[in-house]
Design a protein around this ligand. Structure first.
Ligand code: C2E
Ligand code: CA
Ligand code: CA
Ligand code: CA
Length: 278
């Protein structure tokens, strides 16, 4: 049992071994959910220190099944990655998020959206073309799209990954490294690759400001980011103490429950401009 602030207590149940049949069922239901349009996106505000301005929105997939209830992406995305179905899901997410940003723009709200891209999706031969096409169809300026990549995209052919990132950066899309520090790749890529932003993983934010290793890691990431001229955003910021520590460390962008949970698009819009009622 681990204490988790205001939320009370969280129980870490050892992950039950999931048998083949239930995995197959989940995979089947997931495919059906996509076909029947049952996935939704929620948007979590990214906030700038000081101004408290919302500077972006991370799109996070949501799935409510009539029988199963809410199923966490932490549960079905890994399965979709194994089966390859994450490519289809990811394409839907990309279209939906880009469409949302275009809709907001049409209503005068210029809000960059960040989309999670799984390594398998990134490695598809047509990925860059797909991104370009989706932006074109929605007539969204590429500068309003950010792609969150994990260090896993570099696991395969790093030269090919570099080519692809350059092509995406050439379109004007922002690239960030998600869950930074949890991967296994060398840091050399930070210098070579056209990355604009690092996201400090929640696991390193959790123990701030008391856990010595989290303190060391968070400081190191912020300093490295600064040395390379990258933006650094911290995810999973839940307490003022975490925010204050990160701020003094030099991190000026935050995402986490302290600021806002992932919100429905209409809630997000309300939140960003609460005065628009007419
Ligand atoms: P992630 O990309 O690291 O996303 C951040 C996760 O942390 C989200 O969980 C978000 O709801 C949660 N979170 C945000 N602020 C806080 C906080 O203050 N405290 C805590 N405890 N959690 C916070 P979510 O939405 O359940 O997503 C889990 C993971 O599933 C994501 O981790 C991402 O890896 C994956 N995922 C979600 N949506 C997509 C998607 O559209 N495509 C892909 N490929 N993966 C996705
Ligand atoms: Ca993410
Ligand atoms: Ca993340
Ligand atoms: Ca994370």
């Amino acid at each position: 049992v681990k204490e988790s602030g205001r939320a009370g207590f969280r129980f870490h149940v050892p992950r039950k071994e999931v048998d083949l049949l239930s995995r197959m069922r989940l995979d089947h239901d997931m495919r059906q959910a996509l076909a029947e349009g049952r996935f939704r996106l929620h948007y979590q505000p990214q906030v700038e220190l000081g101004s408290d301005r919302v500077i972006g929105a991370e799109a996070l997939i949501r799935w409510r099944d009539p029988q199963r209830g809410d199923i966490s992406p932490a549960e079905f995305i890994p399965l979709a990655e194994e089966s390859g179905f994450v490519v289809a899901i990811g394409e839907w997410v990309l279209r939906e998020a880009v469409g949302q940003a275009a809709y907001w723009l049409s209503r005068g709200l210029r809000m960059p959206v960040a989309v999670n891209v799984s390594a398998l999706q990134f490695q598809q031969a047509h990925f860059v073309e797909t991104v370009a096409e989706v932006l074109r169809e929605a007539m969204l300026p590429a500068s309003l799209l950010e792609l969150e990549l994990t260090e896993g995209v570099l696991l395969g052919d790093a030269e090919e990954a570099l080519k692809r990132m350059r092509a995406l950066a050439g379109l004007g899309v922002t690239l960030s490294i998600d869950d930074f520090g949890t991967g296994y790749s060398s840091l050399g890529y930070l210098k070579r690759f056209p990355i604009q932003r690092l996201k400090i993983d929640r696991s390193f934010v959790q123990g701030l400001p008391n856990d010595a290793s989290d303190v060391g890691i968070a400081n190191a990431i912020v300093q490295m980011g600064r040395a390379l001229g990258l933006q650094v955003i911290a995810e999973g910021v839940e307490t003022e103490a975490q925010r204050d520590f990160l701020a003094q460390a030099g991190c000026h962008e935050f995402q986490g429950y302290l600021f806002a949970k992932p919100l429905r698009p209409d809630e997000f819009e309300q939140r960003v401009r609460p005065r628009r009622h007419v």
